[in-house]
Design a binder for this molecule. Structure first.
Ligand code: SF4
Length: 222
């Protein structure tokens, strides 16, 4: 069977999503994780889309992008000094939701495992796509800040709708929004990525694991 997901998945991220704080699950759970992971790897269809936009600062907490104003103090802090952003969206497709729904009827413990594993998979996929964006930008002598998603800090979830329209994400990669602004398929991400001419050597996995966060002016607050 083919592996539709050739990206490295952090086992420790899976354990963290399962609520294991630094411990390793027992053999029975590890075996179920392996079985569920293989099913997901064989069935998911990851897709991503991103586009670059110039921005015009209005003040220290808001900026204009193609006629739309984004107001968020914490996002603005994270992309302070940037003149450009990348709007990004990614999804694993509907398969994880289907596997979770099916397991909720037949084996609830597998449903919990599918949830945790697919949460780690979408993060790993976003990191892999982020690496491609980083390469595209470094070819132009530009550098990325860590991705900042609607719902982080004071960056309102409403901006999912604006990002979705700019990227046409329902047509391009099949992500739609519920009335309460949740993304369907559920294993999906949208984000703004600041593009800087200054190299802060940002850690792809984000400020939470960055060893410069204590003194960094741009540290993101989730
Ligand atoms: S804390 Fe690290 S990853 Fe976050 S913005 Fe600063 S340098 Fe970049």
């Amino acid at each position: 069977m083919s592996n539709a997901f050739p990206y490295e998945i952090s086992e420790h991220e899976i354990y963290r999503y399962l609520g294991y704080r630094g411990q390793i699950p027992d053999q029975v759970v590890l075996e179920r994780i392996r079985v569920c992971l293989r099913q997901l790897q064989e069935q998911v269809h990851p897709q991503a889309i991103w586009k670059y936009y110039d921005i015009q600062w209005i003040d220290t907490a808001s900026f204009n992008v193609e006629g739309s104003v984004i107001h968020s103090r914490q996002l603005s802090k994270n992309i302070n000094g940037c003149k450009e952003i990348c709007l990004f969206a990614a999804t694993l497709g509907p398969e994880p939701d289907r596997l979770i729904q099916k397991a909720e009827i037949s084996a609830i413990s597998d449903a919990v495992l599918f949830q945790a594993i697919s949460a780690a998979m979408i993060e790993s996929y976003c990191n892999a796509m982020n690496q491609r964006i980083r390469e595209e930008m470094s070819a132009q002598g530009k550098y990325l800040r860590p991705r900042f998603s609607p719902g982080y800090g004071d960056f309102a979830l409403d901006y999912q709708r604006m990002i979705g329209q700019f990227l046409q994400m329902s047509k391009t990669i099949g992500i739609t929004l519920t009335d309460s602004l949740l993304m369907m398929p559920s294993k999906s991400v949208t984000a703004v990525i600041g593009i800087s001419e200054e190299n802060n050597q940002c850690t792809m996995e984000g400020c939470e694991v960055c060893n410069r966060s204590d003194s960094c002016l741009y540290q993101r607050i989730k």
